[in-house]
Design a binder for this molecule. Sequence first.
Ligand code: IFM
Length: 468
Amino acid sequence: MESISFPEGFVWGAATAAFQVEGATTADGRTASIWDTFCQIPGAVVGGDTGEPAADHYYRVDQDVALMADLGLHAYRFSIAWPRVRPDGGAVNQAGLDFYSRLVDSLLDKGIDPWVTLYHWDLPQALEDRGGWTNRDTAYRFAEYAETVVGALGDRVVNWTTLNEPWCSAFLGYASGVHAPGRQEPEAAAAAVHHLLLGHGLGVAAIRSARPEARVGITLNMYPIIPADPEDPADLDAARRLDGLQNRIFLDPLFKAEYPADVVADLEPFGFSKHIQPDDLSVISAPLDQLGVNYYAEHFVSAKPAEAPAATNGRRPTSSPWIGAEHVTFPSRGLPRTDMNWEVQPDGLYKVLVRLHEEYPRLPLYITENGAAYRDAVGEDGGVHDPERLDYIDSHLRAAHAAIRAGVDLRGYFAWSLMDNFEWAEGYAKRFGIVHVDYETQVRTPKMSAMWYSKVARGNALAATAVS
Ligand code: IFM
């Protein structure tokens, strides 16, 4: 393997999200989010895990910032907990804002650029009680919340992300029920897609009016969709439908001011278009400064029935997130897999980046998440040896670099995740961190991948051989 350098100024960061790392779910006026409620449903989260203690980041934030500085990170992507700063979606809670204000100051003090995500899935439960993202009003409440956060942090934060992975919020939250709020109503998911995008557009306007100099984007989880048999019309239709639901239903309104006609037709049985009001698409397509891409794997899809239904392993029953495409299956093609059972396919990252470059306006791109869960343990020597994660990140960085060589304006990479954390419905069982967290003692141990990543960030380059 060759040694490669990244463009000057390339941003090397790591990411987390509030509910996954903070803990302190009732501290200083925070009220319940949909995830606090969801965790109480029997069988919803593996092991009955909850947002406590997570990585106790709320109380260990100084130590964590010092760790990032030791690793030589340029930027930290974190999210704000809406129910900390506007509990129940209502009045502003200064104590909640103060936590993030201190975090921003401490990052800047160490020369680390704060990248703020406003919504990483922790909707105040009180807003869900009024319909959550199925209710158009939630988009306006989101804009109000955005205005509050930008008002408090906008003097020091430049890079803003409105939503993280709205696909998950809409389809896992309201159709499959795998994520909070755990609803299994396809019509609700269709409504949620549009209201999340509307919230994004209104949020962009709120950020720009408070801080014209802000750099604003959204983060999408993008997947190349590969038909199992490219000669089979049914597999090709399966791929078209999934590309519509995963990628184009978000990209087209954001960047072309229209929903893709085939997706609108597919979703008509779920009442999708009745939620779209006359000016909505112009709000949603407000110009952005950058786009965040979260990449983990490809979807290899077929219209043929699955060989064996997936086991539920004691979890509560869930539905398909693929509304109108429930028949689509995901056959194995023998690629290596991570502990999430996700394929390892770095070439898919190249495909995603080049597709964005070719089919959508040429915005600066950032990989706002990429990484892998593996079964790590602290060894007898006190270290955590995670060569698979190191190889995973190395191979994806090589794919990203190939995209840069092909002309893609890629400006940064954020490893998911800075540290082990609450992996949603999988609880604490899946470890994505480059830093190991012992949840009993809250001791942090940088894994071998973290030491390696630190060298990459410092040198702005990948060495010829991955494992140092
Ligand atoms: O942990 C999540 C994160 O919150 C959003 N993107 C995918 C990660 C791994 O599942």
